[in-house]
Design a protein around this ligand. Sequence first.
Ligand SMILES: Nc1ncnc2c1ncn2[C@@H]1O[C@H](COP(=O)(O)OP(=O)(O)OP(=O)(O)O)[C@@H](O)[C@H]1O
Ligand SMILES: [Mg+2]
Length: 734
Amino acid sequence: MTILRFARILWTLERRRIAPALVLLALVTATEGLGLLSLGGLLAQGGLEGAAVGGPFGWLERALGAAPGFEALLALFLAAVLARAGAAYLYGELAARIMAGLMHKLRMRLYRAVAGARWPQVQGARRADLHHALTMAPNELAHGADVAMRLAVACCVALTAGALALTVEPRVVLAAAGVAGALALPMLWIDRLIARGSRDVFRRTARLYDHVARYLDNLKLDRFLARPGAQGATGSAAFEDASRRQAQMARRVRRLGLRSDLAHQAGGATALAAILWIAAHSGMTAGEGALMAVLFMRLLPRLMSAHELLQELISVAAAFAEYERQVRDFAAAAEPRGPAAALARARGPARVSVRALSHTHPGAQTPALRDVTLDLPAGTATALVGLSGAGKTTLADLMCGLMAPSAGQVLVDGAPLAESDLAAWRAQVALVSRDDFLAPDTLRANLAMGAAEADEAAMWRALELVGFAERARAMGGLDAEVGDRGDRLSAGERQRICLARAILRRPRFLALDEATSAMNPLDEARIVGRLAALRAETTILVVAHRLSSVAWVDRIAVIEEGRLAAAGPRAQMAAHGFLGRMAAAEAPAGLDEAPARRAHPGDAAEASDRRGDDASPRPAEVEAEGAAQAPGSGDAKAPDRSGDETNPRSVGGVSGEGAAQAPGSGGAEASDRPGDEANPRPAEGDAREGAPPRPGRGGAAQPSGAPDARTPPATGGGACGAPAPARAAGSSGR
Ligand SMILES: Nc1ncnc2c1ncn2[C@@H]1O[C@H](COP(=O)(O)OP(=O)(O)OP(=O)(O)O)[C@@H](O)[C@H]1O
Ligand SMILES: [Mg+2]
C-alpha cells in the first residue's frame, strides 16, 4: 500500500517527465526483446541446430520473401543493441532530472507544510526528526523514484522477454516460472524482514541525527561532560552508541539482502541444471539444449533484478511512510490565512493589548498564563518582569502573533486578532530573543534577512543605534563574515546584530525577550537609551531579568505564576515588592567591602519577603491596569522623596519623577541631577533621546569603584519608603 501511495506521489509531482521516461523504458524493453530474438536467429544460423528462429521472424520472412540472412540478423542485432543503449541513455538523463526535481519538490512540500503549520505543532516536533526529514529523506525518496522506474523497466523487460521466449521455447519460461514460484515463499518472508529492518534503520538513522545535532550544539559542553564509556545525554558517548546501533541495524538489513541473493543464485543454478538434465534426457539436440540454457540465463536475471529492486523499494517505503506522516501532521495543523487585506499594514506604533488571556502549552498540565489583561499604549515602552517560568515569553509570543491563545484575545489597535490575521500581524512585528539565529553569511545578509529593501545607509544607522558600527567597520564592513551562527562574534555582539536586524524592519511593535541579556549593563544602558528614541515609530515590549534593562521604560508589568500581578506607569510600579526584591538582588556589594558585611542578594530577597508587604504594597495596592494616575501626582512623587541621601537608590531607576515625565526624558533628567552620586541610575542616565553614552556613570551597572561602593548598598523597597532590604538583611546580623 505504501509503495502504491509512493508511486502516486511520484506521478503527481513529476508526471511531465515520468510519462516520456516510461515511453523510453518501453523502447528499452522492445529493443531488448529484439536483440534477444536476433541473437537466437544468429545462433540458429551459426549452426546451432534446433535454435530455429521460428514464429517471431515469420513476418520478416513473409515481407522479404525469404528467411533473413546472417548479415541481416547481425545488422538487426546491432541496431537493436545500439537502439537500446541510446534509449537507456536518454532514460538515464531523464531519470536524473526526475530525481533532482523530486528531491527539491518533496523537500519543499514538507518545508511548506512546516512553515505553514501552527507554531505549537512546529515547536512540539523533534528538531532532529525534522532535520532528517528535510535533508536526507527527500534524497532517499528521490532515489526510490529511480528504483521504482527501474523496477518498472525490469518488470517490462522480464515480461517481454518471457513472452518472446514463450514463442521460442516455452519450456524455458515454464522452468523460470517454476523457480520463481519455488522461491516465492522464502522470498516473501525475507521481504517482510527487510521491510521491518528498513523501518528500524530509518528510526535509528533519525535517532542518530538527533544525537549528531545534540553533539554539534554542545561541542563546548562536551569537552567537559564526555567521559570514556559514559552514557551521557549529550556528547560523544551517546553519539557513539547511536552510531553503532544504526550501523548494526543497517548491517542486519544488508545481510537479509545477501541471503536473498544467495537464494536467487542457488535457485537459478538448480533450475539451470534441471533444464540441462531435461534437455539431455528428452532427446533434444545440443543446439536446442544450448538455446534453452542461453534463454534461461538471460531471463532469470531479469526476474532476480526485479525482485531485488522490489526489496530496495520496500526499504524506501519505510522512509516514505515517515515522510508522509510528517507532511500529513503539519498540513493538518496549518495556520489559517485570511485575505491579505484583513489586517492592512498600518504605519506608526501599534496599540497592543491582551484581554482575559489564558494559554496552556500543548502537553502542559498547567496554564502558562491565566486571565491576563494588559494594554500597551501606542508609542510606549513596557517592561515585563517576573520570575523564571512566570509566563513572560509566552505573553510576548502571543502578543507578537506567534500563536493563538487558548482563551481570551490579543488586540491590535483595539481590534481583536483572528487566528487568520496572525501571519499578517507578524509581518508588522519584530521579536528579538536571547539566542536568535545568525546565518553563516555576511553582516549584510544577516541584516537584510528580515528587511530585504533596507539600503546600506539604513544598515549603518541601525548598527550605530545598537553600538556595533565601529566593530563592523573594524571587521571590514558589511561584507564581513559572521561565522557559523555568528561564532566569530561574542554573544553580546550577536545580540546587537539581531537587534539591528529587528530595527531595520521598522516594526510597529518591537518585542525584546531578554534581547540584551548577554550584554554588560553598561553596554546595555547605552543601547537601550538609544532604543528609547524608537518609540516614535514602534511600541516596545521588553522582557528582562535586570532592572538595569528596564530603567528607561514608561510602564512596567509584573507577571507572577502566569497572572498579571500589577501593571502601570513606572513611577507607581516602583512600590511593587517584586521590583524591590529585584533591586536588592542586583545591588552591588562594594568590592572593598568585607565579605561578612555584604548583603547576599538571596538574604535581601528573603528579608524583603519577610517584611513583605509592610515594606512594599501588595499588587492590589499598586495602580490597577488602565487606572494610571496623572503623571507627577500622588504616589508618583513618593519615590522621589525617598531618593535622597538616606535612601539613595530608587528601584533600578523606577522613580516617580521619571515616569511622570514624557517618555524617554524623565528618568534621564532625574539621574542627571547632582544627587546622582548617591543615586546613580545607570540606564536612565543614558535614556535621554540621543544622549551620548556615558559608560562610567552606571550605578547598578557599576561593578566597582563607583559611588555605590561607598554609599549604603541598594535599598530595594526604599523607593517607596521601605527599609532597604539589602541593608536590612546585612544589618540584621544574619
Ligand atoms: N513549549 C512549551 N511546552 C510546555 N510548557 C511550556 C512551553 N513553553 C513554556 N512552558 C511553560 O510555561 C511556563 C511559562 O514559560 P515562559 O517561557 O513563558 O516563562 P518565562 O517567564 O519567559 O521564563 P524565563 O524568565 O525563564 O524565560 C513555564 O512553566 C514553562 O515551563
Ligand atoms: Mg522567557
